[in-house]
Design a binder for this molecule. Structure first.
Ligand code: CO8
Length: 372
């Protein structure tokens, strides 16, 4: 068995920003347009009006202030309310692969490595843009990596679950190094017309290079342990899939996009995530108090504050549980990795931290790392 490290991370930030103000103006224009079109039914009481959204609610309920997206005009067009992507011919790199290659190149460069040092690519994300060929194979080939690639989806926990797969491959000697990439184009499966969730998500891509510790650069992050947990729940779902066509479903049917019971998720997932990290740390011989930083999944600010309080028995400082969702919103599996990418340079050798994701499934994944 080989000791394993996270050598580096990479981050692709999409070209467009949507502020809460812009988002709410577009949503409210859509709501007013819908309500005007159905004024008679609303007056007759046979239809509920679309309620208005507000910047104050979004910031207070979630902590989100803006999000990055691959395309914003379609999202902000009240007659459309979804991104406008141009279909690419099969001869062109696909969008998910393109942003994954950008994040992966940055991770390789930061570790001083090239494609020749890597044996595999795992594309781990909450949704894949096609059934096959696997996104990972396209990304692997575009990067010039010899070896293997495969896709996996555990929603918001895809990245941490992907890290565990990569760690196992490197630990066993099956691969010298594996790149985990998390291209999250959440804007294409978010229900922008639903006031309860239209503000939640943003697009991004992260990459993580997992290597044998003896090959990793100075300052790499030794992986002390990984732990995964799943427990089935209908509280966060998206029913779109290859059977939708056979079911004569409309792509706009509400259940063909992200939907959730947000309050229930909040109540059920917070204790699970705190318990998961506490028991994972205990089995490695540590307590939460010995951890310098928790890079938590970024879904909701109060959720992270509550989890950190359950872990530490007091409020966490911004240094102990850094927040990036104000800038990025919820980026599904990429959130905890962005937090790690942005807030880890100040660690000294020997400092310990935990990357933890939680989300649909339910799924929880934790990765305990120590700076070398
Ligand atoms: N503007 C104004 N008012 C609003 C709005 C709005 N936009 N939305 C709701 N309200 C109103 C409601 O109607 C309600 O009114 P009333 O009290 O009169 O009924 C009131 O505000 C309160 O509503 P909620 O109870 O719903 O509000 P919460 O305080 O619970 O906040 C949140 C809602 C922010 C959604 C919160 O519940 C939350 O963040 N929960 C956790 C969610 C979470 O972590 N989900 C994880 C999902 S991510 C994942 O696993 C990956 C999925 C794959 C990615 C999908 C990409 C698209």
């Amino acid at each position: 068995m080989f000791p394993v490290a996270i050598s580096s991370t990479g981050l692709f930030v999409p070209p467009h920003v949507i502020t809460n103000e812009e988002l709410v103006v577009a949503f409210n224009a859509f709501a007013e347009q819908e309500n005007a079109a159905h004024a008679a039914e609303i007056a007759a009481g046979t239809r509920q009006p679309v309620p208005l959204s507000s910047v104050e609610f979004i910031e207070k309920a979630s902590g989100i202030k803006r999000r990055y997206v691959m395309e914003k005009d379609g999202v902000l067009d009240p007659r459309r309310m979804r991104p406008r992507f141009k279909a690419r011919p099969d001869t062109e790199i696909s969008m998910m692969a393109e942003i994954a290659v950008a994040a992966a190149r940055q991770a390789l460069e930061r570790a001083g490595k090239t494609a020749a040092d890597v044996d595999g690519v795992i594309c781990a994300a909450a949704n894949m843009q096609r059934a096959y060929p696997a996104m990972a194979v396209e990304i692997q080939t575009a990067l010039g990596i010899q070896g293997f690639g495969f896709d996996m989806n555990v929603a918001c926990s895809s990245a941490t679950f992907g890290i565990e797969m990569a760690v196992n491959a490197v630990k066993s000697g099956a691969a010298r190094a594996v790149l985990v990439v998390d291209p999250e184009i959440t804007s294409a499966h978010l229900a922008w017309k639903d006031r309860d969730c239209h503000f939640i998500f943003g697009d991004v891509c992260t990459a993580i290079l997992v290597e044998r510790l003896d090959n990793a650069p100075a300052g790499a992050w030794e992986v002390l342990g990984t732990r995964l947990l799943t427990s089935f729940s209908n509280a966060i779902r998206n029913n779109a899939g290859f059977m939708s066509r056979a079911e004569d479903r409309d792509p706009d049917d509400r259940d063909q996009l992200f939907y959730q019971e947000g309050r229930r998720v909040f109540k059920e997932v917070c204790p699970l995530a705190a318990q998961h990290m506490t028991s994972h740390l205990a089995d490695l011989g540590f307590t939460p108090a010995q951890v310098r930083r928790f890079w938590l999944h970024q879904a909701n600010l109060s959720m992270n504050q509550l989890i950190a309080r359950k872990l530490l028995g007091r409020d966490a400082t911004p240094e102990e549980a850094p927040v990036i969702l104000d800038e990025f919103a919820n980026t599904a599996s990429a959130g905890s990795i962005i937090a790690f990418h942005r807030h880890s340079a100040d660690f000294r050798a020997g400092d310990m931290g935990v990357i933890c994701s939680f989300g649909a499934g339910y799924s929880i994944g934790s990765v305990v790392v120590r700076r070398t």
